[in-house]
Design a protein around this ligand. Structure first.
Ligand SMILES: Cc1cc2nc3c(=O)[nH]c(=O)nc-3n(C[C@H](O)[C@H](O)[C@H](O)COP(=O)(O)O)c2cc1C
Length: 207
């Protein structure tokens, strides 16, 4: 059952010589694009870090975890730092254009999004946006596994330093999770470990 999810594991040792094909990377990035979000607002950006020296810097801000440099690619999952009326307008314009509906008919929707955001503190909005970033992360991990690509989701890093190294404040975003992807080294000892998961009945509540 769900064989690919059993195949996947958090890869700690990557084969440095194996690289993900650009076409495959493109498909994976499209998975991120397709993730659902509250109101459809997509409060996120995804950084593909190709620069080797930047990856070395990030490694030092990530408890020295070697996956950051050894994997084929490093993806940084980011949340927006804030969301203003201008952003909402852009999204609603996009919706009007793509669906071919009159802009005017979407004003009620636009207002309700604006009102929702005004009812929250900046801290609440920031938490709300960061939580949403875990949706594309989850979908991404699942799709990587389906394609037999290894991944290592990581929260163990210093956000301020990673934001600084990548110039993320200037982009209006902040790092939420790192995800090196590539192919497992033949001797990664984590590959053979059994999954530690509670039984479904322990995770389920029926009413
Ligand atoms: C949000 C998140 C953050 C994580 N952070 C790290 C991390 O910084 N370093 C690491 O080696 N593993 C990290 N992990 C991996 C977990 O330890 C791992 O998923 C868990 O032990 C289950 O093992 P499995 O993924 O191999 O099934 C993280 C996982 C998630 C989902």
């Amino acid at each position: 059952m769900n064989e690919h999810l059993n195949w996947r594991y958090t890869t700690k040792k990557f084969d440095r010589s194996e690289k993900i094909l650009e076409e495959e990377l493109k498909s994976l990035l499209n998975v991120l694009r397709m993730a659902p979000s509250s109101y459809g607002l997509q409060p996120w950006k995804f950084v593909v870090v190709r620069d080797v020296s930047l990856r070395s810097q990030i490694k030092t801000h990530a408890l020295g975890q070697a996956q950051v440099v050894d994997a084929s690619h490093l993806i940084v999952f980011c949340a927006l730092r804030s969301m203003d009326d201008e952003y909402i307008r852009k999204y609603v314009n996009c919706m009007s254009e793509i669906r071919g509906v009159e802009r005017k008919t979407l004003e009620g929707f636009e207002l309700s999004v604006q009102e929702f955001l005004k009812s929250q503190t900046p801290l609440e909005i920031s938490g709300w946006m960061k939580r949403q970033v875990y949706i594309p992360l989850g979908m991404f991990l699942s799709e990587c596994a389906r394609r037999k690509i290894d991944a290592c989701p990581m929260e163990g890093f210093d956000v301020g330093n990673v934001d600084g190294a990548l110039g993320l404040a200037q982009e209006g975003v902040t790092a939420v999770a790192l995800c090196p992807i590539g192919y497992r080294a033949a001797d990664d000892r984590y590959a053979g470990l059994k999954k530690v998961r509670f039984e479904t009945k322990e995770l389920s509540i029926e009413r």
